[in-house]
Every structure is written in structure tokens, then in C-alpha cells.
Design a protein around this ligand. Structure first.
Ligand code: 13P
Length: 333
């Protein structure tokens, strides 16, 4: 693949039938995933697991880009090919998570702000030289006990915009991820209100900080009921409220919206994406940047055993194919 400019990269990431695999779990998060299958988290086991995903033959029919973690960007396959090179050779664009995680926000009631701006310009320059052409920064907004505060939303939005501007300066497409968590017993309308307020603050900051909207992607949550809410909204309501929310808050210059799965089951995340893509043409491409909803079955099939690699790859390809169909509104449950 020859080098593309940022608008081309953003469009390639949301090409028809394709979306992003989020395989950028931090060392702490991947440990939790590996613990769930009774596998020790070591540099080698993390490498073996990521290699399994990246070498699944045919994945590039469904996967346009992969978000890597710092350690993974520097790792190589068993045969010695650096992962970014291996992905690129398969027509998949390598990306990199660049935030340093959500930390307690001073003077708030237990809210979080994402850190990682110090030294980011230098890190982006190195990531570019290692092959990364897009990046991700995740802000976390929780709904609970009177939260989120406007203070928390605005502080995270400001950091997201600073990150996005630095990315574009480095010729790297920023994925801007303000995640309103689905944890809690709030209903879908509370999620709607917080998501709309958050997106408005994020785009206000992106505008103030001169971020070029054509050269970025938005990675939001869907507007959805809290995981512990008694009344769970169905796919039609989720689709209607999510698309309406974006119509109010996301400029049409943004080329694509790539959802996170956020703890939805693989089936839910696929079904909801499918219904949204059946609503006709939107101002933005509607696609995916799933972690758990693309990986859960593969992880369970693998169990950390070399003899299960083929079964794990088959499970991953199956989910990727269904998610790709949903991205085109052609998924049949
Ligand atoms: P999930 O799809 O598992 O939410 O992960 C996507 C992601 O990258 C969250 O930052």
C-alpha cells in the first residue's frame, strides 16, 4: 500500500464492508482477558494471541485497520515479521492507542480524565516511523450519582482535541473516542442526554483547536440502556436514538463513525450496527471499531493452546464476517 494522505486513510478505514479491529488492550486489560481463559499474561502469550488474530487468512475482507498497543506495535510474528509490516502486507492499516489511561480527575466526585499529552508529539513521531497511520485516545464518561459533571466532560473534551490536533500535525488520523459507559442502571434516555452533551462539548473543542474534521473518525458508544437497567431498549430504539443524537451533534464533514462495543454481547453489537445501517444513507459512514465484540469467541476458542489456533481464527473470521455484513445492513441473525 503506498502512503495515503489523512483523508484517504480515514476513508479507507470506513470503506464498504470493512471496519476496525481494536486489539489495543493495555497490559492490564489484556491480562484480564487472558485470565478469563486461564492463560498467564506474558510478552509471549500476548504476542501469540495477537498473531493469531493478525494472520487469520481473509480477515482483510472485513478489517480495514487494527489498533495496536505500544508493546504490540514493536512485536514481530513467529517468523520475524514486525506486526505493522505484516498487517500492511495484508492491506490492513496499523493504528496505535496513544492515551495513557483514565486517572482520577482532581476536585471531582470520583470522575476520570484521560492522561497522555506530555511527550505525545515525540511519541507520535516515533509511531509514524514504526508504521502507524491512525491513533486512538479514549475518554471515559460514567453515569452515576449525579455524574457526569460538565467539568469532567469538558476536561476530557479538551484533552481529546489536544490529542487530535497533535495527531494531525504528525500526519496521523485521530480516532476521537469519548465513551459514555453502559455500566449502571440508567435508562436509554439518560444515556442519550449524556451522549449528546458529551459530543457537543467534544466538537466544540475540536473546532476551537483547529482539528480538521475530514481527517478524523469518531468512536462513540451507541445510545443504549445501562447494563443493569430493568427496561432494555431493543435494536430499533437504539438505532433511532443513536442516529438522532448524532444528527444533533456530529458535523457531516466527519467521514465516519466507528462504534465501540463497550460490553455489549457479540450478537447485540452486530444486531444494533445492522439496524443502523438499514436506515438509509447517513452523513457519515456507520461502521465498527470493536474489541470484545470481535474477539470474545476467538479468545474462548483459543484457550491459550497452540492446537486451538485454527479454531480461534475460524471463530474470529466468523464474527468479522457477520460484523462486516452488519456494517452494510445485510446481517441475518
Ligand atoms: P470494545 O469494543 O471492547 O468496547 O473495545 C473497543 C475499544 O477500543 C475501547 O476503547
Amino acid at each position: 500500500m503506498s502512503d495515503l494522505d489523512m483523508e484517504d486513510v480515514a476513508l479507507a478505514l470506513v470503506a464498504p464492508s470493512k471496519g476496525i479491529l481494536a486489539a489495543d488492550e493495555s497490559t492490564g486489560t489484556i491480562k484480564k482477558r487472558l485470565d478469563s481463559i486461564g492463560t498467564a499474561s506474558t510478552e509471549d502469550s500476548r504476542r501469540d494471541y495477537r498473531e493469531l488474530l493478525f494472520t487469520a487468512t481473509g480477515a482483510s475482507d472485513y478489517i480495514s485497520g487494527v489498533i495496536l498497543y505500544d508493546e504490540t506495535l514493536r512485536q514481530s510474528s513467529g517468523t520475524g515479521t514486525p506486526f505493522p509490516e505484516l498487517l500492511k502486507a495484508n492491506g490492513i492499516i496499523p493504528g496505535i492507542k496513544v492515551d495513557m489511561g483514565a486517572k482520577p480527575l482532581a476536585f471531582s466526585n470520583g470522575e476520570l480524565v484521560t492522561e497522555g499529552l506530555d511527550g505525545l508529539r515525540e511519541r507520535l513521531s516515533e509511531y509514524y516511523s514504526l508504521g502507524a497511520r491512525f491513533a486512538k485516545w479514549r475518554a471515559v464518561i460514567a453515569i452515576k450519582d449525579g455524574a457526569p459533571s460538565q467539568y469532567c466532560i469538558d476536561t476530557n473534551a479538551h484533552a481529546l482535541a489536544r490529542y487530535a490536533a497533535l495527531c494531525q500535525e504528525a500526519n496521523i488520523v485521530p480516532i476521537v473516542e469519548p465513551e459514555v459507559l453502559m455500566d449502571g442502571d440508567h435508562n436509554i434516555d439518560e444515556c442519550y442526554a449524556v451522549t449528546e452533551t458529551t459530543l457537543k462539548s467534544v466538537f466544540d473543542e475540536l473546532y476551537k483547536q483547529r482539528v480538521v474534521l475530514e481527517q478524523m473518525l469518531l468512536k462513540p458508544n451507541m445510545v443504549i440502556s445501562g447494563a443493569d437497567c430493568q427496561e432494555q431498549a431493543g435494536a430499533e430504539e437504539i438505532s433511532d436514538k443513536t442516529l438522532y443524537c448524532f444528527s444533533q451533534a456530529v458535523p457531516s464533514a466527519v467521514p465516519g463513525i466507528v462504534f465501540l462495543s463497550g460490553g455489549q454481547s457479540e450478537q447485540q453489537a452486530t444486531e444494533n450496527l445492522n439496524v443502523m445501517n438499514q436506515q438509509g444513507k447517513q452523513p457519515w459512514e456507520i461502521s465498527y471499531s470493536y474489541g470484545r465484540a470481535l474477539q470474545s469467541s476467538a479468545l474462548a476458542a483459543w484457550q491459550g493452546k497452540p492446537e486451538n489456533v485454527a479454531a480461534a481464527q475460524a471463530a474470529f473470521l466468523h464474527r468479522a464476517k457477520l460484523t462486516s455484513a452488519a456494517r452494510d445492513g445485510e446481517y441475518n441473525a
